[in-house]
Design a protein around this ligand. Structure first.
Ligand code: ADE
Ligand code: ZN
Length: 326
């Protein structure tokens, strides 16, 4: 079989996927119509052309305004459902999906609409697609710690629908320590923890160290700047810490996929995984990311299998579920 067919057919878990980052221009257009919203664009092609950026900051400046079309529980359901259908075609059998409630509650959309719609799609995926899906609540790090804590409190009645919490958005001037109390509380409430340590941020390595030593995360999203500190790499390896890397996303928000860093960590036995991040914006779903990295770095079929095994090893599915997948 071709590398592409092999990579797409490989059963895998996707662990770094922002549901709001799966808003394809077609769905954005349809939801705008359904909700009576006038977009500045008159066609799907124009929306696609507007998905244009050069770094994380310019990406986020397009990403948040695009979400205005998401309003009702049905909208959130449709977004997640379309992702899950696409994910299945890319070999995904289990997905742990980030969502950004504050990107919606901050513009007046009830938390209940967001989580209710997303959860309905996750349950439907188990029934109709035979794949499992969990939600990870992400706090937006450019908002205050108080707003994050209030969001965590708002989420507690829905705790059975949420497997863990994460931290995303603009890392600049928003280091992990800002959210120490929120993450301590989330841990005490029984949630798994992860945080974004984005690529080549100012103070990246210090943030990665803080996330490992002080916050005590279960995984790190991106985090490949860890290669700057071999002692820290050794600790990550010893603890079996998972890294959810996103090669195609990297090539958009920096100049390159960071394949040397990703493959270097893989060769050292660190549990790196491959994911899509915001596939509607970066034009590549998770299987496409396996292919892109493999072509760039000359990976073997065995390497791809190892990456897929890692995705199950560092997933937050229970041992009973895991036995059914690996
Ligand atoms: N939100 C969505 N995608 C993100 C990324 N790559 N980094 C930080 N925040 C994000
Ligand atoms: Zn991300």
């Amino acid at each position: 079989v071709s590398l592409r067919d092999f990579a797409l057919g490989l059963p895998k878990a996707e662990l770094h996927l922002h549901l709001e980052g799966t808003l394809e221009p077609e769905l954005k257009f349809a939801l705008a119509e359904r909700n009576g919203i006038t977009l500045p664009h008159t066609s799907v092609e124009e929306i696609r052309a507007s998905y244009d950026f050069t770094d994380l900051t310019s990406f986020l400046a397009i990403y948040y305004p695009a979400m205005e079309v998401l309003q009702t529980a049905d909208d959130f359901h449709d977004l997640a459902w379309e992702y899950l259908v696409r994910a299945k075609a890319q070999g995904v059998v289990h997905a742990e999906m980030f969502f950004d409630p504050q990107a919606h509650t901050s513009r007046g959309v009830p938390f209940e609409n967001v989580i209710g719609g997303y959860r309905r799609a996750a349950v439907r995926a188990a029934d109709e697609l035979g794949i499992t899906a969990e939600l990870i609540l992400c706090f937006l790090r450019d908002f205050s710690a108080e707003y994050a804590m209030a969001t965590l409190m708002e989420a507690l009645p829905y705790r059975r629908w949420i497997v863990g919490v994460g931290l995303d958005s603009d890392e600049r001037d928003n280091p992990p320590g800002k959210f120490a109390a929120v993450f301590a509380r989330a841990k005490a409430e029984g949630f798994f923890l992860t945080m974004h340590c984005d690529i080549d941020q100012v103070g990246s390595i210090d943030n990665i160290r803080a996330v490992i030593d002080e916050v005590g995360v279960d995984r790190i999203d991106h985090g490949t700047n860890i290669v700057e500190d071999p002692a820290l790499v050794a600790i990550a390896k010893e603890r079996g810490l998972g890294f959810t890397t996103c090669p195609v996303s990297n090539s958009f928000v920096t100049e390159q996929m960071k394949s040397d860093e990703i493959v270097g960590l893989l060769r050292e036995g660190v549990r790196v995984t491959i994911n899509s991040d915001d596939p509607a914006y970066f034009g590549a779903y998770v299987g496409d990311n396996y292919v892109a990295l493999a072509e760039q770095a000359g990976l073997s079929h065995t390497d791809l299998v190892q990456l897929a095994i890692n995705s199950f090893e560092v997933s937050w599915i229970t041992p009973a579920r895991r036995a059914a997948y690996v």
